[in-house]
Design a binder for this molecule. Structure first.
Ligand code: PLP
Length: 373
């Protein structure tokens, strides 16, 4: 049975070149980057060359990048240090953020008694900018945390406009860019954003590695104490092969960005047209969504909800109901809960997320699979 992977917002397959790069580093460069002998220096060179390469692709300085084990860690660190060390006493976020943000904010609210405000979500799934401006008009040491591309429905935040509004109100801006890094262009030194986060496994790199971008001049305190690694901000021997794999994955993502974006956009259009032909009552959740994410409300009875993923999985087709961390849960999606009616929320919704490895045949198989339900 051919297995079909249409869950690329959860994670992505590694590119062959990334595996080659990582294997070479594992075989040849086992030195500890902090050692001063040639073995160590060689590993250190890989680490710093990777950092420079990522910085160049992201349009920032290498010193502004801190390697972390993933985006969850980066977000936990940034938000926590902003409250503890930058004296932030209020966070503005939205109810459709990833749990890495939402649960960190909830924890900070309880632990440090900070004020938390949730900006309204429009029926389109977008952020209500007028409400954001209203919330920002209140005097407080504020940090705004909003994601660029929603991982469940694919709605897109205008990061430039949001950052400008935040800075006009002297608020810090943290943007969860996990779903957009490697899939859209960034020139960070021109963007009014203070922090972004990334996980390499979302752009065909390895799991267990990511980075935080912290704008020059913002003094966060260490996430982990110990050695001098990562400017003393995240102590612990660096995962050199992971970092090299991440840099390679990002280089390839940007090298092929235009052609892969066009290809995936066409694939998504094809998928929508086939779905609409076979299931005319289908609805798309969210408007003007990112090119690799499609979230649909299926015109099936709510009794079928639990069966759909299972049935597709039996046919070798991997899609999801939303965030991977929740797909085993019977709870409705916290994102869809913000934009759907009570009744629609009970009906089956499906997230289909594409990569350049997918083909029209994959889509045809998915449609056949759905027809069989
Ligand atoms: N933010 C978004 C938008 C995500 O999609 C994810 C992963 O699903 C994360 C944060 C967390 O990433 P990780 O689990 O790699 O830390």
């Amino acid at each position: 049975m051919k297995r079909i992977y249409l869950d690329n917002a959860a994670t992505t397959p590694l590119r062959a070149e990334v595996i080659t790069e990582m294997t070479q580093v594992l075989q040849n460069d086992f030195g500890n980057p902090s050692s001063t002998h040639s073995f160590g220096r060689s590993s250190k060179t890989i680490l710093e060359t990777s950092r420079k390469s990522i910085a160049k692709l992201m349009g920032c300085a290498a010193q502004e990048l801190i390697f972390t084990s993933n985006a969850t860690e980066a977000t936990n660190w940034i938000l926590t240090s902003a409250v503890k060390d930058l004296k932030v006493n209020r966070i503005i976020t939205s109810k459709i953020e990833h749990h890495a943000t939402l649960y960190t904010v909830k924890h900070l609210q309880h632990q440090y008694n900070i004020e938390v405000d949730y900006v309204n979500i429009l029926p389109s799934g977008g952020i209500d900018m007028t409400h954001l401006v209203n919330l920002l008009s209140k005097e407080a040491q504020t940090l705004v945390t909003l994601m660029q591309v929603n991982n469940e429905i694919g709605t897109v935040l205008d990061i430039e406009k949001t950052g400008r509004i935040c800075h006009q109100h002297q608020a810090l801006f943290h943007c969860d860019t996990v779903q957009s890094i490697g899939k859209t262009e960034f020139i960070l030194h021109e963007l009014p954003v203070d922090f972004i986060v990334a996980s390499a496994h979302k752009f065909h790199g390895p799991k267990g590695i990511g980075f935080a971008y912290v704008k020059k001049g913002i003094a966060l305190q260490p996430l982990l104490f110990g050695g001098e690694q990562e400017k003393g901000l995240r102590a612990g021997t660096e995962a050199v092969h992971q970092v090299a794999g991440m840099a390679k994955a990002l280089e390839l993502s940007y090298e092929h960005l235009e052609s892969e974006r066009n290809y995936i956009s066409e694939l998504k259009k094809y998928c929508i047209s086939q779905l609409e032909t076979q299931f005319p009552e289908i609805k798309i959740n969210g408007e003007a969504t990112f090119y690799n994410i499609l979230n649909i409300l299926l015109p099936f009875s709510k009794e079928k909800t639990a069966m759909i993923l299972f049935n597709l999985d039996m046919k070798g087709i991997a899609v999801s109901r939303g965030s991977a961390c929740q797909s085993g849960s019977a709870k409705p999606s916290h994102v869809l809960a913000e934009i759907l009616t009570e009744e629609d929320l009970k009906k089956p919704s499906l997230r289909i997320s594409f990569s350049h490895y997918n083909t029209k045949e994959d889509i045809d198989a998915l449609i056949d699979g759905l027809k069989g339900i």
